[in-house]
Design a protein. Structure first.
Lengths: 120, 248
C-alpha cells in the first residue's frame, strides 16, 4: 500500500478535486484550500485506511506556533525542540518549516505521509 | 405523517432511565436498534426487565462516565451508531459555595469531559458515513435552575455548547445536533423533586399546569431523530410547557 497514493486518493475524494493536482509538496491550506472540517475527515479516513491511531494535533502540526514560542521563551535550540515534538519529520523538513513558517500554514502532503509511515 | 429514519443503530448513553427505556420501545417499533447503556446492576436490570418482550431487538451495555477505559470498551463493542440520544448524567446537588473540590472535579469530568469524548468518538464514526444525528437531553435547569442545582446546570450548559458546536462544525458533512430542555417531568429525578416539594406548588410556575409525561418526551425525541426534523441543527429546544418562557 503506497502511502502517498492512498493519501492522495483520500484527499482528492474529500476535496472533490483531481488527483494530479495533489503532490507531496502541495501545501494543504495554502494551496489546496483545505479547511478544518476537511482535516477532521481526513484524520478519520486515515485512521480507517491504515488502522493506526491519528492524533489530529500531531499530524496537522497544529501546535507549531506554540512550540516556536516555547522554544523562544526557553531559549532552546528551536530545531532540536521541534525535532522532539515532531519525531516523524526529517531534519531537512524541520529546517524547511523554520524557513517558511512566516509565509503561512506550513503543512504539506508529504508531512502526512511521514506521519503515517512513522505510525505504522 | 409517517416518520421515516435514515439509519438504524441508536446509541443511548444513560438509557437505563425511564425516558430511555420508553424511547427504546418506540425505536424498536420503528425498526431501529437501540443500544442502551447502564451504569450499574440496577440500571441493567431495569433495561432487561422493561424490554424483556423485545429480545434480540436491543442491546444493553455498561458505561461508566468516570472511567475512560469504559468508554473505550463500549466503542469496541457497538456497531456504528447512526443516532446518539444522550441521557447520561450523574447526580450532584450542592450550593456552589459548599461543594467539595474533589466532588466538583469528578462531577465535571464525568458530565462534561467524558461527554466530549463520547461525542468525539460518535462524530468520527458518523463522519465516515457522512451522516448522523445527535440529540442531547439537557434540562430547563440550563436556563433557570433552583438553589443546589448550580453544578447540574453548569454541566448541562457546557454539554449543550459541545453539542451545538458539533452540529455547526460538522453540519456540512451531514451530522447535526438537537438539544432538548425538558422541564418538570413525571419520572426519575423530576418525580422525586416534585414529591419533595409538594407544598411549594411548583406547577403554578408551569403555564400548562402539569408535568410532562415520559411518553411525550420520548415522542418528541423520536420526531427529532426522524428525517422530518433534519432541518433542525445546533438547535436548543425547550420542552417545558412554557416554564422558562414565563417570568413568574
Amino acid at each position: 500500500m503506497d502511502v502517498f497514493i492512498e493519501i492522495q486518493e483520500s484527499l482528492a475524494n474529500i476535496l472533490d478535486m483531481d488527483k494530479q493536482d495533489i503532490a507531496p509538496e502541495s501545501y494543504l491550506v495554502r494551496e489546496l484550500d483545505v479547511e478544518s472540517i476537511d482535516l477532521l475527515e481526513l484524520a478519520v479516513v486515515l485512521n480507517s485506511k491504515f488502522g493506526i491511531e491519528i492524533i489530529d494535533d500531531e499530524i496537522f502540526l497544529r501546535e507549531l506556533r506554540i512550540y516556536l514560542m516555547d522554544a523562544d521563551e526557553n531559549e532552546s535550540d528551536t530545531e532540536n525542540y521541534l525535532q522532539e515534538k515532531y519525531p516523524f519529520l526529517a531534519k531537512e523538513r524541520i529546517n524547511e518549516i523554520l524557513k517558511s513558517y512566516n509565509d503561512g500554514p506550513v503543512l504539506k502532503v508529504k508531512d502526512l505521509v511521514s506521519y503515517v509511515e512513522w505510525r505504522k | 405523517m409517517k416518520l421515516t429514519f435514515t439509519g438504524k443503530n441508536v446509541l443511548i448513553p444513560g438509557g437505563s432511565c425511564e425516558m430511555g427505556i420508553c424511547l427504546a420501545e418506540f425505536l424498536i417499533n420503528e425498526n431501529l436498534f437501540p443500544m442502551l447503556t447502564y451504569r450499574n446492576e440496577k440500571g441493567r436490570n431495569a433495561i432487561l426487565k422493561e424490554l424483556s418482550s423485545f429480545k434480540g431487538k436491543f442491546e444493553a451495555l455498561p458505561l461508566d462516565l468516570g472511567d475512560p477505559d469504559s468508554i473505550d470498551t463500549l466503542f469496541k463493542k457497538i456497531d456504528s451508531p447512526d443516532f446518539l440520544v444522550d441521557f447520561a448524567q450523574s447526580h450532584y446537588e450542592n450550593f456552589v459555595a459548599s461543594a467539595s473540590r474533589d466532588d466538583v472535579y469528578t462531577y465535571f469530568e464525568e458530565n462534561v469531559s467524558s461527554r466530549a469524548e463520547i461525542i468525539k468518538r460518535v462524530a468520527r464514526v458518523m463522519l465516515e458515513m457522512k451522516r448522523g444525528r445527535l440529540v442531547f437531553i439537557s434540562s430547563a435547569a440550563a436556563q433557570v435552575s433552583n438553589p443546589g442545582q448550580g453544578f447540574y446546570a453548569a454541566s448541562k450548559c457546557a454539554s449543550e455548547a459541545l453539542y451545538k458546536n458539533a452540529g455547526l462544525e460538522m453540519g456540512r458533512r451531514g451530522i447535526t445536533s438537537v438539544i432538548l430542555r425538558p422541564g418538570y417531568a413525571d419520572s426519575g429525578r423530576g418525580r422525586a423533586f416534585l414529591q419533595a416539594n409538594k407544598e411549594n406548588d411548583v406547577l403554578t410556575k408551569v403555564p400548562i399546569r402539569r408535568t410532562l409525561t415520559v411518553t411525550e418526551i420520548a415522542e418528541a425525541i423520536l420526531f427529532f431523530l426522524s428525517d422530518s426534523a433534519s432541518g433542525f441543527n445546533a438547535a436548543v429546544i425547550p420542552l417545558d410547557g412554557g416554564l422558562t418562557a414565563c417570568k413568574d
